[in-house]
Design a protein around this ligand. Sequence first.
Ligand code: AMP
Length: 196
Amino acid sequence: MRTLRSVCVFCGSSPGLHPLYGEAADALGIALAKAGLRLVYGGGKVGLMGRIADAALAAGGAVVGVIPRFLMDLEVGHLGLTEMHIVSSMHERKAMMAQLSDAFAVLPGGIGTLEEMFEILTWGQLGLHPKPCGILNVSGYYNRLSGFLDHMVDEGFLKTSHRNALQSANTPEDLLTALKTAPVEHEIKWVGLDHV
Ligand code: AMP
């Protein structure tokens, strides 16, 4: 069992079309607060980002935002967080979010959400961190992505252990349990370098 203090959540800066997405963001924010876990996220007030931050704060949780200056200047930054870090670039933001967190959770979102998730998975498969990552598969939103990851394994571009490093759950409670208990094994990435 892994001890978690802070969980980084990647999620859409849009709300999505179905109310289920916003409700899931609320539920994860409340679950984090109730579990005494600090939410680390991109610091936005828009879309699911704003929803999860507001829900965690309203439930008494601590919320840390990490936002680049240019997004703050566009006035999409949340002004009521427990702590806000204003950084100079998207790269700096992602590095700081990763450093401040013990695990990563992914709600529905667009390409920004996927870019953040895949960077964490990429760093994990290279052995750069041992932190777990899991998706909250709201209403099957990520089913086709899961299918494509299986296709990568079938076609020899992704190791099964690296594919399985991405946890998936249907409820916030199950996701937090998965992040606490999932083994993170490090298998060397490249075929032919197994002896290294
Ligand atoms: P997307 O899934 O394309 O909506 O992008 C969401 C992710 O990209 C978030 O986790 C943020 O880190 C970043 N992002 C995109 N748009 C914004 C915004 N308006 N304010 C703050 N962060 C944003």
